[in-house]
Write a protein that binds this ligand. Sequence first.
Ligand code: NAD
Ligand code: ZN
Length: 245
Amino acid sequence: MIGDLAHARVLVITGAGISAESGIPTFRGQDGYWRNLDPTKLATPEAFAENPKLVWEWYAERRRWIREAQPNPAHTAVVTLAERAGDFLLVTQNVDDLHARAGLPRKKMVQIHGDIFETRCSQCDGIGHDHDQPDEREREIAVCKTCGALMRPGVVWFGEQLEPRNIDRVEEFLAAGSVDLALVVGTTALFGYITDWATRSAGKLIEINPEATPLSRFATESIRAPAGVALPRLVDALCREGSGA
Ligand code: NAD
Ligand code: ZN
């Protein structure tokens, strides 16, 4: 498929679909709505400006779901691939910590949309801590110790810019040599930068998603199956091929 894995440069891009089998709902799937609200409208600066308490309640609940969830076989397969590949980078749009809890070192991943367990100021560069915001208990929203504005989740909302240092890490990986395999798992790939990074690679582009996406027409191969089933199989095949078996 790609030859010797030990000498291959592999880029993996994941979205909410890889965590779906761990019980974390995607935004656009059947279970996406929360209290009859559309997550793609809640995860916005406008929603936070209008009703910060509601947005924080949603994030507090999602933090709880994520803490209670466990990585699934797809997250584990990504770790195996990272260990076997010559050079490896994961770009995840997920704000959960399941890739890290499966054992993937932070230096091999970029959380391009941030980390749900981080809290930061909605106005300045003030950084908070996990316990600084409302959780299960009804509490006032924490305010920034520097400027007094409301603290917000440390994630990238729809319509916001990506962190330049995160973009740089992806660009550095792409600039360091051609990519032999780009593997795109469980994302609707609606963001231009995701499609761009996936297709800029020179070699193979494999997509794992039960549904077709805008990326499908660029893919060398589309595997229409759940990530928890398809990814371990694919990684097994890549490892066997790499060992000459
Ligand atoms: P999305 O919700 O738009 O789409 C999920 C994709 O996963 C769909 O294309 C769907 O067909 C596919 N999918 C569903 N079940 C799957 C499975 N078992 N295996 C493989 N694929 C499956 O998610 P997105 O494209 O990642 O974008 C939405 C944004 O919402 C992202 O920016 C992300 O930050 C955020 N988000 C994150 C989480 C998380 O951290 N777990 C969850 C929901 C949303
Ligand atoms: Zn501040």
